[in-house]
Design a protein around this ligand. Structure first.
Ligand code: SF4
Length: 230
């Protein structure tokens, strides 16, 4: 398995754990606000081998408790099924980031006890999914991924990057309905200060903290916990 990036320590990517983050390439979405264009477009030249990663994890196992797998879209990498057991053997907790397009693969990883936490993007209410993802999306797969996590067999969170022109206040109750009963939902502030997949989106100003707060209030009746990541 090939990785395209390694952040050696993170205190924020894995809730409650000191972790590292591994980046993989490829994605089946083209969200215009994506900050990882080189990974998505498979233009990232950096290559970190599985052996290097396992050596690093072996050395750091007294300091780190978890690893986050992000991308790109990790669920496009079926090689994870062979890689993750090696990480589990070293005693790490594993968090998977996903856009929710491949519920069968996530289910397989949950059933095999190869992951401990899933962070799933809710790009928008279902009727706006194509706009947010930049491609035609199989909405049944998104709904299936949501249902899978709502079963509660694994720790999880849902999260939305709040991009003006895509997400509006009136979308919040629709998102709330979609993930009704969820244990945790986060609104993530849109960042326009790094190169984005669609450079036009770099001209869009993020919503104010007050607007994010209002949005959070609107989702509160539907979920157990709402947070804002600014
Ligand atoms: S933000 Fe969108 S395009 Fe970028 S990695 Fe995530 S799902 Fe793929």
């Amino acid at each position: 398995m090939i990785f395209r990036g390694l952040q050696k320590t993170t205190l924020v990517d894995y809730p409650g754990l000191v972790a590292c983050t591994l980046f993989v390439d490829k994605c089946n979405f083209r969200c215009p606000f994506c900050q990882n264009a080189t990974l998505v477009l498979e233009e990232e030249k950096n290559v970190i081998s599985e052996r290097e990663v396992l050596e690093f994890l072996n050395k750091r196992k007294k300091v780190l408790q978890g690893i986050c797998i992000t991308g790109g879209e990790p669920t496009l990498h079926t090689e994870l099924k062979e890689f993750l057991p090696k990480v589990k053997e070293l005693g790490y907790k594993i968090k998977l980031d996903t856009n929710g397009s491949r519920p069968d693969f996530v289910r397989e990883l949950i059933d095999s006890k190869l992951i401990d936490y899933v962070a799933m993007d809710i790009k928008a209410p279902l009727e706006k999914y194509g706009l947010a993802a930049g491609v035609k999306v199989n909405k049944e797969a998104i709904k299936e991924s949501i249902s899978l996590l709502l079963e509660g067999r694994i720790d999880y969170e849902f999260r939305t990057t709040v991009v003006p022109t895509i997400i509006e206040l009136e979308d919040m109750p629709k998102i709330g309905e979609l993930i009704k009963g969820a244990k945790a939902y986060y609104l993530q502030q849109f960042v326009n200060t790094v190169p984005l997949l669609d450079p036009e989106f770099e001209k869009i100003m993020p919503y104010s903290k007050e607007t994010l707060q209002k949005m959070a209030e609107m989702v509160k009746p539907y979920v157990k916990k709402v947070g804002i990541r600014a």
